[in-house]
Write a protein that binds this ligand. Structure first.
Ligand code: ATP
Ligand code: MG
Length: 587
């Protein structure tokens, strides 16, 4: 599903998009205006050339007066020179303004991207994000501005050519204008014709992009399962879909230009017929007629291609709408107006009648009630897919509860500012994302201005010291994109060090020690225990040896809490789920 792709026919969409984009043009409005104004004379110069033909014909060719005409070729050269100069300046200015607007938009989109809730990332593919955040912006800005420029040039050129027509013969001009309006009419149907196809094209284009990303990120899996052919087939399918759609697009829009071409030929035929009649009856001078026909042919040229330009402009307008859909969409997990920052945690955390569903009517957590006092360690165990990770992800508000409450010191976490809430929580995931850069940079993400002592302490606590000193560049070793140059356990320890450095009162460890060998795990366990004083820890682990010291063990199966107790209590109940889990692991 693509979030926010709409295909509504909105008559005011041009005005609306203009208003939206004006915000981004505003800082550069002088240059933008200049870019448009330069196109005005460019558009009108054709008319001047056509206009010059009347005196030339009548004075030189008919009256055979050479002296009066000697300035005409000179003027034509001069005008063309000016036209070229203006053309270049406006192209340059347009590109400049376009690139500035596109950077502005991309900046805002990136800011927005980082503030989207987890659900947004669940529902969108990476290809979709790349399309909407990159190609759409480019096509919106550059395309739109180029088309604006083309459009204004053409518009003013047409306007001035029409003036030449009227000056030469208003009778002929009326016929020409009627034909023009008739020829432009098919354009009004474009948006209806391409709206739906555009939406599908974006979707398929995104699918193509996703294939690239997956082939890149999943290259090891591709190699080990020999997926080349299979992925290639899937990719070809996506390409074919894009091909079919673009052909459909051509089918629906390609007819417009030939249609307009035909209507205009009819007009020219009518004008030549009527013009001959007017000349014969001395209503029009031969020079006037030549000037008229030249102006008409010059007018005909832009109108012929206006169909394609208008089409391209609609496409970029639609891209712009998609971009503003994203910018204007309000993330659903935000601060309430009355939200207060969380200073410290005094009594504890509690889940009260918490229900949660990722998809409607499919509860993943059912009526969860859980109290955790400050400083306690809670271990969550249970079947895979039971809802442990989901339960802890509600605390930093990656997702909001469907119903019920999560309280910190009896304040619903939705009444706490998100930044202050997340500041108090350090999370170590099962598959931790590391950023490209050095080990130091990645660890310092826990606390930007950490002192060397704090950094060393974090290194020691996460058993990284030995590994880091063995590296030639130590902490300044580059770890590659997503940390690909590190081993699984090393990555996990870097992530743990990052969490230690954050020094948050709540720690969530979701399978955080699963990639450590027994020796490291024992050391990390000890470090965690040292750090657990005055800290509240949620630990999820499949290896029950790592959870037995917890103050509270919670068994979650199929979204429900089945048992809560200490290791000793639960093991004492012979028929408890925990006991059976424990004995299957340690028998
Ligand atoms: N982002 C998501 N969107 C939709 N459904 C999800 C999402 N994440 C998890 N689920 C579903 O929610 C259920 C609970 O998943 P969760 O990750 O909380 O389980 P878990 O107990 O942590 O399992 P494991 O021990 O294997 O890590 C699963 O059925 C899973 O398919
Ligand atoms: Mg999990």
């Amino acid at each position: 599903m693509i979030v926010g792709i709409k295909n509504k026919i909105d008559n005011f969409y041009i005005v609306k998009n203009y208003r939206n984009i004006y915000h981004y043009v505003k800082p550069y409005k002088i240059r933008a205006l200049l870019a448009v104004f330069i196109t005005l004379p460019v558009g009108m110069m054709d008319a001047i050339i056509a206009m010059a033909l009347k005196p030339y014909m009548d004075v030189v060719m008919i009256e055979k007066n050479l002296a009066a005409s000697s300035y005409i070729p000179l003027l034509i050269v001069l005008f063309s020179l000016l036209q070229s100069g203006f053309n270049y300046s406006s192209t340059y200015l347009n590109a400049w303004v376009g690139a500035k607007i596109s950077s502005g938009l991309k900046y805002d989109l990136f800011k927005r991207l980082m503030r989207y809730e987890a659900r947004f990332f669940d529902r969108n593919t990476s290809g979709n994000i790349q399309m909407r955040f990159n190609s759409d912006v480019d096509s919106a800005c550059t395309g739109f501005l180029n088309n604006m420029k083309l459009f204004t040039t053409r518009f003013f050129s047409s306007l001035s050519l029409i003036t030449v027509l009227l000056m030469n013969s208003w009778k002929l001009a009326i016929v020409a204008l009627i034909v023009l309006v008739g020829a432009l009419y098919p354009l009004t149907t474009i948006r209806k014709r391409i709206g739906n196809i555009m939406a599908r094209t974006v979707f398929s284009g995104a699918a193509v992009m996703t294939h690239y990303t997956e082939a890149f990120n999943g290259n090891r899996v591709v190699m080990s399962y020999n997926l080349h052919d299979r992925l290639l087939r899937k990719f070809l399918k996506a390409l074919n879909e894009v091909f079919t759609l673009s052909m459909k697009m051509v089918q629906r829009t390609g007819i417009l230009s030939p249609l307009m071409h035909f209507i205009i030929s009819l007009g020219i035929a009518a004008i030549i017929w009527l013009g001959s009649y007017l000349i014969v009856h001395s209503d029009l001078s031969p020079g006037g007629f030549v000037s008229f026909i030249t102006a008409l042919l010059l007018l005909y040229q832009p109108v012929k291609s206006i169909g394609n330009d208008y089409n391209a402009m609609q496409i970029s307008l639609m891209a712009m709408e998609r971009v503003f859909d994203l910018i204007k969409a309000s993330p659903s997990i935000t601060d309430r107006p009355s939200a207060q920052p969380l200073e410290r945690i005094c009594s504890g955390i509690s889940y009260k009648n918490v229900w949660f569903e990722y998809e409607k009517d499919k509860p993943v957590l059912q009526d969860i009630n859980l109290q955790v006092k400050v400083g306690e360690t809670v271990a969550l165990v249970g079947n895979s897919g039971g809802g442990k990770s989901t339960l802890v992800s509600l605390l930093p508000r990656f997702y909001d509860v469907t119903s019920g409450h999560v309280f910190i010191d009896n304040v619903d976490i939705r009444d706490i500012t998100i930044d202050s809430l997340r500041d108090k929580i350090a999370v170590v995931f099962q598959d931790n994302f590391l950023f490209s850069g050095t080990i130091r940079e990645n660890i310092l993400m826990g606390k930007e201005n950490a002192s060397p002592d704090e950094l060393n302490c974090a290194l020691r606590s996460s058993c990284l010291e030995e590994f880091v000193t063995s590296l030639e560049l130590g902490l300044d070793t580059e770890i590659g994109e997503r940390g690909v140059l590190l081993s699984g356990g090393q990555k996990q320890r870097v992530a743990i060090a990052r969490a230690f450095l954050k020094n948050a009162p709540i720690v969530i460890l979701d399978e955080a020690t699963s990639a450590l060998d027994n020796k490291s795990e024992a050391v990390v366990q000890e470090a965690i225990e040292n750090l657990m004083k005055d800290r509240t820890v949620f630990v999820i682990a499949h290896r029950l040896s790592t959870v037995r010291n917890a103050d509270k063990i919670v068994v979650i199966n199929h979204g429900e809490i089945k048992e809560i107790g200490t290791h000793e209590e639960l093991i004492a109940q012979k028929d408890s789920e925990y006991a059976s889990l424990y004995y299957t692991q340690f028998d």
